[in-house]
Design a protein around this ligand. Structure first.
Ligand code: NAD
Length: 354
């Protein structure tokens, strides 16, 4: 029987790298991507990942299906047809700011979509389901120890609440429907190909157009950063050797404030100047968590996973990629009302015509 892995959200930032790592396995599985191709997807880049393996015997190992994970009929039919052994669920609405202004698409994809996938996975007797989640489900860790893999969730923003709901549906199915599932929770992820609404690519876009980058509040919110290659490798390790029902954490180096992160990023991009000139403070995001912190000791011990990229080399490689791919998102920014989103959020589009 063919070994098939279904990757939802495979045209997104982390999904594309997961697909690439799967295709790179010799004698690896057939990969089917199910993706709704929202504004955050890059189908051209995903196809290029597939084509980079063309010519090898595995050339037809990637199939891309455009569709919504919350469409139960489509999901059941697809799963009955491709019979995946493993499902990796990365399909999600992911931008907190968007969830604050309209959480409906987040509920649909992150909650209903997860439920549809869980139900179909139980029906098709999928051997391993991986729910890709986030450190944000633990809420604000200010003044508290880092969250452990066994801690309960306390989400504080609408995005995180929908992710926590999705995770709860998966945990319920493990217990009540015999689904073999694991949950992974990673910290802030960066690297090539991230949509420029997220902190680092947005800053690069702004600075590239000689505009200051917006900074929420005092800029002292703490985050830990993980390179996308390390995050994807963790997800695949959890899929292969994780224990049914377990939660795994992927943390990076030490915590950094958003301001310090932007200062390092500016240096990696080879740009100079004083923070007062290249940063512009704007009103803080409502309910903005001050600190996220994940403990990942148990995960490292159980999965043998550890991040390989240092912060410095990861930032430098990302800057290099951006310099070689300046037009990667150009057409997307004109579509999907993305410029209008920025204008509503910050009072101006990301690139202001001079
Ligand atoms: N990026 C991060 O910093 C980070 C950190 C921790 C966890 N995560 C989690 O990792 C996962 C992937 O994140 P990402 O950064 O790659 O996100 P992304 O926004 O770059 O990509 C999400 C993908 O999901 C697809 N999608 C959205 N709605 C869909 C639907 N209804 N049906 C099918 N596909 C749909 C989009 O088209 C897109 O390709 C998410 O579950 C996210 O919560 C991300």
């Amino acid at each position: 029987m063919t070994d098939t892995w279904l990757v939802t959200g495979g045209a997104g930032f982390i999904g594309r790298v997961v697909v690439e790592q799967l295709l790179a396995w010799t004698e690896g599985p057939q990969v089917v991507v199910l993706d709704a191709m929202t504004y955050a997807a890059h189908p051209v880049a995903l196809r290029a990942v597939g084509e980079s393996y063309a010519g090898l015997p595995e050339s037809s190992r990637l199939t891309i299906v455009e569709g919504d994970v919350a469409d139960g009929v489509l999901v059941s039919k697809l799963m009955a047809r491709v019979r995946p052994r493993v499902v990796l669920n990365l399909a999600a609405e992911t931008h907190v700011d968007r969830s604050l202004s309209n959480n409906a698409p987040f509920v649909r994809t992150n909650v209903e979509g997860t439920e549809m996938l869980v139900r179909a996975s139980v029906d098709c007797r999928v051997e391993r389901f991986v729910q890709v989640s986030t450190d944000e489900v633990y809420g604000d860790r200010v003044g508290r120890r880092a969250a452990r893999e066994t801690d309960g969730v306390e989400p504080t923003n609408p995005y995180a609440a929908t992710k926590a709901c999705g995770d709860a549906l998966v945990q319920a199915a493990v217990r009540s429907s015999g689904l073999d599932a694991v949950i992974t929770r990673g910290c802030n992820t960066y690297g090539p190909g991230q949509f420029p609404e997220k902190l680092l690519p947005l800053a690069a876009l702004r600075w590239g157009a000689d505009q200051p980058m917006w900074v929420y509040g005092d800029g002292l919110q703490e985050r830990v950063w993980l390179h996308v290659d390390d995050h994807a490798a963790g997800i695949l390790a959890a899929a292969r050797v994780g224990t049914e029902g377990a939660v795994y954490h992927f943390s990076g180096g030490r915590p950094r404030t958003n301001q310090a992160t932007l200062e390092s990023w500016r240096r990696a991009l080879g740009l100079g100047g004083r923070p007062d000139d290249y940063l512009r403070r704007v009103a803080d995001r409502p309910g903005h968590d001050r600190r996220y912190a994940l403990g990942d000791q148990e995960t490292r011990r159980q999965l043998g996973w550890a991040p390989r990229r240092s912060w410095r080399s990861g930032l430098r490689a990302t800057a290099k990629w951006l310099a070689s791919n300046p037009q990667f998102w150009a057409s997307s920014l004109e579509q999907h009302g993305v410029s209008a989103f920025f204008a509503a959020q910050y009072g101006e589009p990301p690139v202001v015509a001079s």
